[in-house]
Design a protein around this ligand. Structure first.
Ligand code: PMP
Length: 461
């Protein structure tokens, strides 16, 4: 077989990809028809494809490239670590310097007494760990009946059997016999779509109080934990009303259940604080981390545990672990990523300078005739598309039809923006400059205008 390189014609790369590569969250038949976009390089917020197009990545890959693409320091650290110690495990009373250093750094950065990290290679694995961990915790505390984990419809916590069960994506549950038993779902705090005639404040409280009702219905003695993303990401960047999280914290304090904040997207600066829990003002017992931990340069995730949870779990053998838990190369790269985030004040700049600039420009898009709600927190934002803003109406087509039409225009305009149903979402690298924000917004407006023309042609607007 000929060597496959960046210089091969795109059509050949596409044909090979369609023939041999099975893609996540894709309809394989569509890929065979239209051909994938082949990304060949990246720098900062810019991707290059095999046709030489320069594409602004307003999704930071999959919400993960927080420091931007192309940082040589991370490549250098990876090469150095591979030469020195490419692999060793952390089972059976062994450790190594990169994982020791990373664990200590995370204890310093994470709020409160979240001082202990159990490592995984992804957010899904880390949430699988959490599932077993919280149930084990209560068993060790002499309360083995506390097994149920409460989650939310439209939450995303991963794709493995455990983490997809923890998630509340009905389309995922429909495939592969999910969810596993012992997970209970309450409704999400999405005022735009589900708030009806309530004020956002009342709706936020009502949705939080569903947690209290669920605990009462299930029995406090049967509930182990509540898991939630501080800001739902894959569900459409749902920024809850301000009343929501304080009420959730009150309920968690009142009843004996653990709070798991899934920080896989929100962690490492995405919301303008180091962790989303700080932005929304909660005190979790466990935080799930991944993505921005290494800015996606290496696959690494984990669960950061409070002193109390770690003490209980640590008192016995926790029969759980991954070959790559605390992988030395991934740990070294994550540590270097954290150094850059901290020393270059990337989170502070987003919070104080570029974030407010992006927010002002992004929220102006609410003036577009097809945009009802334009909300953003830090560098994660969402536009709710609607044919009638006043009524917060849905389009007369399957959810996602219009979102997909706008997404197509974004693609054509060299802007990576994702659609979740009929919401358009962004999550760019945190290092995006004001000039790049202007380009992002200009391309988004243009894509909305062109998308709206197509939506009108289809008789949906
Ligand atoms: N939790 C959240 C909140 C996520 O957004 C994701 C990924 N999008 C995951 C967990 C799963 O992470 P991974 O894809 O690394 O398994």
């Amino acid at each position: 077989m000929a060597t496959i390189t960046n210089h091969m014609p795109t059509a050949e790369l596409q044909a090979l990809d369609a023939a041999h590569h099975v893609h996540p969250f894709s309809t394989q038949a569509d890929l065979e028809k239209s051909g994938v976009r082949v990304i060949t390089g990246a720098k900062g917020v810019w991707l290059t494809d095999s046709e030489g197009s320069e594409i602004l990545d307003a999704m930071a890959g999959l919400w993960c490239v927080n420091i931007g693409y192309g940082r040589d320091e991370l490549a250098d650290v990876a090469a150095r670590q591979m030469r020195e110690l490419p692999y060793y495990n952390t089972f059976f009373m062994t450790s190594h310097v990169p994982v020791i250093a990373l664990s200590a750094k995370l204890a310093e950065l994470a709020p409160g007494d979240l001082n202990h990290t159990f490592f995984a290679s992804s957010g899904s694995e880390a949430n699988d760990t959490n599932l077993r961990l919280v149930r084990t915790y209560w068993g060790e505390k002499g309360k083995p009946s506390k097994q149920v984990i409460i989650s939310r419809w439209n939450a995303y916590h991963g794709s493995s059997v455990g983490s997809a069960s923890l998630g509340g994506m009905k389309g995922m549950h429909a495939q592969g016999g999910l969810p596993i038993p012992g997970i209970h779902y309450i409704n999400q705090p999405d005022w735009w779509s589900e708030g009806g005639d309530m004020s956002p404040e009342d709706f936020g409280l009502a949705r939080a109080q569903e947690l209290e009702q669920a605990i009462i219905d299930l029995g406090e003695d049967n509930v182990a934990a509540f898991i939630a993303e501080p800001i739902q990401g894959a569900g459409g960047v749902i920024i809850p009303p301000e009343t929501y999280w304080p009420e959730i914290q009150r309920i968690c304090d009142k009843y004996e259940i653990l709070l798991i904040a899934d920080e896989v997207i929100c962690g490492f600066g995405r919301t303008g604080s180091w962790f989303g829990s700080q932005t929304v003002g909660i005190r979790p017992d466990i935080m799930t981390i991944a993505k921005g931990l290494s800015s996606g340069y290496q696959p690494i995730g984990g669960s950061i545990l409070s002193d109390e949870v770690a003490a209980v779990i640590g008192a016995t053998e926790f029969n759980h672990g991954y070959t790559y838990s605390g992988h030395p190369v991934a740990s070294a790269v994550a540590l270097e990523n954290l150094r850059i985030l901290e020393e270059e004040k990337i989170v502070d700049t987003l919070r104080d300078d570029t974030g407010p600039y992006l927010k002002a420009k992004f929220e102006e898009m609410a003036e577009h005739p097809m945009v009802g709600e334009a909300k953003i927190i830090g560098a994660m934002g969402s536009l709710a598309l609607t044919p009638d803003k006043g009524a917060r109406a849905k389009f007369a087509a399957d959810a996602g039809t219009v979102g997909y039409m706008v997404r197509e225009r974004c693609f054509a305009n060299n802007l990576v923006m994702r659609h979740v149903g009929d919401r358009m979402i962004i999550s760019p690298p945190l290092t995006i400059t004001k000039g790049e924000i202007d380009t992002l917004i200009a391309r988004a407006w243009q894509s909305l205008d062109e998308g709206m023309a197509n939506v009108k042609d289809a008789g949906l607007f």
